[in-house]
Design a protein around this ligand. Sequence first.
Ligand code: HEC
Length: 128
Amino acid sequence: MSGRIIAAAVSIVITSLYGCSQSPVTNSNDIVFPDSLVSYQKHVKPFLNLRCGQCHSDSYAAGGIRLTQYSYLLFDKPNLIVPGKPDESLVNQVLERIIAHQAGRMETIPSNQINGMRTWVTEGALNN
Ligand code: HEC
């Protein structure tokens, strides 16, 4: 019985994952954040994977931090993302250069993406 429930849950998860993956973005410069209603799936996740993923990957996890999945953003390190509070979120602080970070690739991040990440956190950092 519980096996069937788990199987059903797994198939729902797989369906929703594939449902969201039409035309995946492969170039980080192609990600354009809207002024409001920022989406984790459409904007935040590809942004973090493409900009930060080579170090904050599942296997390398620089600084013990993975930025590849929603749950990691909330639990890999305290205050990585604090929903509703970008000023307290380490990810925003790194992007806005409020705290030091050793990654050289931060140089080229456009303000649309930096501001978009702030908007996403301000809007509650939803898994949307
Ligand atoms: C070239 C590798 C590299 C890249 C690319 C990289 N990081 Fe990091 N990151 C690290 C390392 C190493 C640490 C741990 C040491 C440190 O804090 O500098 C770290 C630490 C952090 C921390 C914790 C900082 C703290 O003070 O607690 C955050 C947040 C973070 N990175 C966010 C990001 C974000 C967001 C991106 C993409 C925009 C990114 N990183 C890209 C290597 C990288």
